[in-house]
Design a protein around this ligand. Structure first.
Ligand SMILES: CC/C=C\C/C=C\C/C=C\CCCC(=O)SCCNC(=O)CCNC(=O)[C@H](O)C(C)(C)COP(=O)(O)OP(=O)(O)OC[C@H]1O[C@@H](n2cnc3c(N)ncnc32)[C@H](O)[C@@H]1OP(=O)(O)O
Ligand SMILES: Cc1cc2nc3c(=O)[nH]c(=O)nc-3n(C[C@H](O)[C@H](O)[C@H](O)COP(=O)(O)OP(=O)(O)OC[C@H]3O[C@@H](n4cnc5c(N)ncnc54)[C@H](O)[C@@H]3O)c2cc1C
Length: 681
């Protein structure tokens, strides 16, 4: 599990991990599976060829001992976490080059950043992540052809390493309020970057601390004495030879965090630092040599990189969740506890219905998120192609759906991972379960790239506009089509179709209720902004309902129309998971269903019965389902979740890695404990 780790011997050899030995409970589970797990793996990969590519790629990276940890990051100091992360990130870059030069493929660079492979190699974050996730995408999305030609090659080759420096100590959400200035001087044809206040210090950018030598800096543009709002600039932070900070640049690292401790998040300030005019990214807005400002077709195009990352985050959440639920399900098959029937042997904890309820809805969530993420990715590509051709019509629709999916996927995944941890009892609390680190990585995503409440309020804003359009009888875009005022919702019928329809009905009801609250607020004398604030709890709720309607609709559509080539046995299991996702959320929202869909008490009981039935139906396939995610042990990185299920052996092995166990008597005994034991009070 930990590569070349020189572990202290376990106290008793017969309790050591035995290569190839598989826990008998797991073996039995695998025999029970009713479908072909490889068929599902191929489906998840998008076909046999892609499956083979992935396996080859994983082998290339994960079989390299240089990329495995000698010591788990949680046993390292903060400084060593960074040192180790950076060493591996640099080595990874060289390997990637080697792969390319040998004709190998890596269809998506990101696979090495977040997601399965990335989080296996750099468990606690990658100090080069922002270079790939935001610096390069900003150059590509916001540079002119000349700027792209000059910078992108250098960046791909890591001859410059960048980050995305937007957030400041004083402002992360409200980016129009950023204080860093970039003032143009036509005489020298330079911008001067300045940080006028403490609150204008850039704060958070990944890799900024000691890694990046360049950054895209988002700053208020001043030219001819006028402020034109925030724009992106390429700024050199460190000397290309010595890596010392450039004159006027104050830069450092912000310190330990809940997680992601190798990402080298930093702070940055400028004292009138000059950069040439051509280092403002000018695909959209421009400053001409004489200082004339040329407006962008939309000032929201500056926000393009954030949109890209929000889209990508939804995909990554599905990967993190697949990992967590694999750990928890395998552990639940191995772990036996209590007596279900007095006097009988202890059952596997997965036989308790409450345990199935903790885990199986989250196996289903992996699929729900994956299908929504695929749809969003396709829409993102369509819309960006249209924007490049000058058509911005679909940008608001993309923004609205990306914001709520980012918020709901990150929040749901964080809850799911915490539930997986709880489902593993005390052992889930151990760092070596890999659930705490995974949680640390995922919960960060509820804040970064747009804080979740703020994101839902962006969607709510779009929903209010769509509602007004619907009331005016205007045509609506596809994701809000259900708001059409002439739409007749079908009556409740105790089917999954009815639940999906019900979520739309709930969203439509909540959107209408928000519109009414806003209207009443204004009529009572509040300004529209005050009325908005008063309605904001409801607005967030409406945006979440809209997103749930979207996710369930996508999931059901995929099961009905996107799985025709799968075997009947597999299709049946996929349909069960989709039903479970829908019923699980319907039961979490029974109040809404009672309020908006006209269901009755006995319908809730029917849903409850159906949920229980689904949990029991899925039970024999639980291990097969997580095996189908096909995550190698290096990716799982957990004493509880490895394929062979040698849980207790691995827990003991991992305890022996603690430096506290290196000697029979620890040094601290002489330093403090012995005196205490001998003192006479
Ligand atoms: C990712 C996985 C891989 C690896 C992970 C590893 C490492 C990565 C780790 C971390 C990366 C994190 C990096 C960051 O966090 S970078 C910083 C991100 N910052 C934010 O996201 C800031 C959030 N704030 C905003 O986006 C905006 O300020 C705002 C909240 C949207 C408000 O903007 P504002 O200009 O004030 O707009 P409004 O007045 O509210 O709205 C005006 C108008 O514009 C529309 N709008 C807003 N944003 C967009 C957009 N992006 N695209 C299109 N349209 C947009 C908005 O809807 C409104 O429209 P109206 O028609 O209603 O006027
Ligand atoms: C791990 C991590 C990595 C990051 N990496 C980067 C990076 O690489 N580059 C970068 O530039 N930034 C980065 N960030 C910063 C990140 O983008 C911001 O933290 C995020 O956008 C939230 O902004 P904030 O911290 O100012 O929160 P705030 O906006 O201060 O939020 C605090 C609270 O105020 C509420 N709030 C704020 N505004 C409103 C509103 N309008 N309506 C209702 N409620 C509101 C929020 O809901 C929240 O509850 C990173 C952050 C983290 C945690």
């Amino acid at each position: 599990m930990f590569g070349r780790l020189a572990a202290k011997q376990v106290p008793n050899k017969e309790y050591a991990v035995v290569p190839g030995k598989v826990n008998p409970d797991l073996q039995r589970e695998r025999k029970k599976c009713t479908f072909d797990t490889l068929e599902l793996t191929h489906f998840l990969d998008g076909g046999v060829e892609k499956y083979k590519d992935r396996k080859e790629r994983e082998n290339f990276f994960l079989s390299d001992p240089e990329l495995m940890d000698d010591v788990p990051p949680e046993l390292m100091s903060h400084e060593d976490q960074y040192r180790n992360g950076l060493k591996k990130a640099c080595y990874l870059f060289k390997k990637l080059k080697e792969l390319r030069e040998n004709g190998g493929t890596i269809d998506n660079y990101r696979q090495l950043l977040g997601g399965s492979l990335g989080s296996a190699i750099l468990k606690d974050g990658n100090p080069l992540a922002l270079h790939y996730v935001m610096f390069i995408p900003t150059l590509m999305g916001q540079g002119t052809p000349d700027q792209c030609a000059y910078w992108i090659e250098k960046a791909w080759d890591c001859r410059v390493i960048g980050t995305y420096a937007q957030t400041e100590l004083g402002h992360g959400t409200f980016i129009r309020g950023l204080e860093t200035t970039a003032t143009y001087n036509p005489k020298t044809q330079q911008f001067f970057l300045n940080s006028p206040t403490l609150t204008s210090y850039k704060w958070w950018p990944g890799g900024l601390g000691q890694t990046a030598n360049y950054a895209v800096v988002v700053a208020q543009l001043y030219t001819k004495g006028e402020c034109h709002g925030i724009h992106p600039f390429i700024v050199q932070l460190r000397d290309e030879k010595t890596h010392r900070p450039m004159p006027g640049v104050i830069v450092g690292e912000i310190g330990p965090k809940l997680g992601m401790n190798a990402t080298n998040n930093g702070f940055l300030a400028f004292k009138q630092v000059p950069i040439p005019r051509n280092q403002m990214l000018m695909k959209n807005a421009q400053v001409l040599p004489d200082g004339t400002y040329v407006k962008s077709p939309s000032n929201k195009l500056t926000y393009g990189t954030m949109m890209f990352v929000r889209v990508v985050i939804v995909q990554d959440m599905a990967s993190y969740l697949a990992k967590a639920v694999t750990i928890a399900v395998r552990y639940s098959a191995v772990r036996r506890q209590s007596e279900m029937v007095p006097g009988q042997s202890e059952p596997q904890i997965m036989d308790y219905l409450t345990q199935m309820y903790k885990l199986f809805p989250y196996i289903a969530t992996v699929y729900a998120l994956k299908f929504s993420a695929q749809w969003l990715w396709n829409m993102y590509n369509d819309v960006t192609a249209k924007i490049d051709a000058g058509d911005l019509e679909l940008l608001p629709e993309l923004h609205s759906i990306a914001c709520c999916l980012k918020a709901v996927s990150t929040a749901d995944t964080a809850t799911a991972i915490e539930t997986c941890r709880l489902s593993c009892g005390g052992h889930g609390y151990m760092a070596c379960s890999n659930l705490p680190t995974t949680y640390g990585n995922v919960t960060a995503a509820s804040t970064y790239e747009g804080e979740n409440t703020v994101m839902l309020l962006q969607t709510a804003r779009a929903l209010m506009k769509a509602y007004a359009k619907a009331q005016a009888g205007e045509q609506l875009s596809p994701t809000v089509e259900y708001l059409n005022r002439n739409r007749k919702f079908r009556p409740w019928s105790n089917t999954v179709d009815s639940i999906v329809e019900g979520f739309k009905q709930i969203a439509a009801g909540k959107v209408a209720a928000c519109a009414l609250s806003l209207q009443r607020g204004v009529e009572s004398g509040l300004s529209s902004e005050e009325a908005w604030n008063r309605a904001s709890v409801q607005l967030v709720d409406a945006a979440e309902a809209h997103c749930r309607a979207f996710i369930t609709d996508r999931h059901l559509d995929m099961v009905r129309n996107g799985m025709n080539e799968l075997s009947p046995a597999l299709r049946e299991v996929m349909a069960q998971l989709c039903d479970l996702y829908c019923v699980f959320w319907a039961l979490k929202r029974t109040g809404d269903f009672l309020q908006f869909c006209g269901i009755r008490g006995e319908d809730v009981q029917n849903l409850q019965d159906y949920q229980n039935e689904l949990l029991v139906q899925i039970r024999p396939n639980a291990v097969g389902l997580v095996d189908s995610f096909d995550l190698r042990d290096e990716i799982i990185g957990s004493a509880l979740g490895s394929y062979d299920g040698q849980v207790y052996e691995r827990l003991l092995q991992s305890a022996m890695l603690s430096p506290l166990n290196a000697k029979p008597v620890h040094d601290s005994y002489g330093a403090s404990l012995s005196a205490l034991l001998r003192a006479k009070y």
